[in-house]
Design a protein around this ligand. Structure first.
Ligand code: FPP
Length: 244
């Protein structure tokens, strides 16, 4: 059962780096794929808990632009897990009022995969209970490069001038356009780095690093991270604490 939590100072947007699947599996003498499979169950728990906690946006890092450098068999397994997740879980998520958005590059993805991702977004686009943002084939530097290219193309077409370029304009050209910046970023698996995830968007995000590996993630661990977030003093560069 999801622990009950006060809605006071609940982050609107939580981003998660789901790390540690491979190490979780190795510790048990299992192949890495077993860790990823257990990671999908942990993801289901996290989505349910986020909805129960009243979080509006949950962004998960499911496959990075750099993950293509892994062995081919592991890549195939991860892509297959995503396909299966979309096929099996989207109907249920839709029933629960979850709106799905997929960020990352669609370039060089198989047409069937693109269709699957587009369908999930289309099916759930009117929902409003929880926004689940899946970062797939996502890298923040690549995302920023694409945004810069789009802005330069508009400048060359005479649609905008150099003087109009602002942080807001750049935000509007990122994959995350229209989403609030994450208030809290949770990374499991004991590493303390951002790994090319939401670099622009996390300028004032609070970070919570969790030692447990992702497959062990529970609603209680999630609640603990939210509690830690509540203790933080968010000043956004000013001197007065501000609430999310
Ligand atoms: C990091 O663990 C995890 C990933 C690269 C993939 C995350 C994927 C899942 C949780 C499951 C699939 C997701 C969906 C949306 C179906 P790691 O392999 O880097 O672990 P390690 O650091 O211990 O090696």
């Amino acid at each position: 059962m999801t622990p009950s939590l006060s809605r006071e100072r609940c982050p609107r947007h939580v981003a998660i780096i789901m790390d540690g699947n491979g190490r979780w599996a190795s510790l048990r003498g299992l192949p890495r794929s077993a860790g990823h499979k257990a990671g999908v169950d942990a993801l289901r728990r996290a989505v349910k808990a986020a909805a129960d906690f009243g979080i509006e946006f949950l962004t998960i890092y499911s496959f990075s632009s750099e993950n293509w450098s892994r062995p081919e068999a592991e890549i195939s397994f991860l892509l297959d897990l995503l396909r299966r997740f979309v096929r099996q879980d989207v109907a249920e998520l839709h029933g629960a009022g979850v709106k799905i958005r997929i960020i990352g590059s669609r370039e060089n993805l198989e047409p069937a995969m693109i269709a699957l991702l587009d369908d999930a977004e289309r099916l759930t686009r009117e929902n409003s209970k929880l926004n689940l943002v899946v970062a797939f084939n996502y890298g923040s530097r690549q995302e920023i490069s694409r945004a810069v290219s789009a802005i330069v193309a508009k400048a060359q077409a005479g649609e905008i001038s150099a003087g109009e370029i602002s942080p807001d304009l750049i935000s509007q050209h990122l994959d995350t356009a229209g989403l609030p910046d994450p208030d809290l970023l949770i990374r499991t698996g004991a590493e303390q780095r951002i790994s090319n995830f939401l670099l622009w968007q996390s300028a004032y995000t609070e970070f919570v690093f969790v030692k447990e590996f992702w497959p062990d993630f529970t609603a209680e661990i999630f609640a603990r991270a939210l509690e830690e977030y509540r203790q933080r003093d968010r000043r956004f560069g000013g001197i007065e604490a501000q609430t999310a």
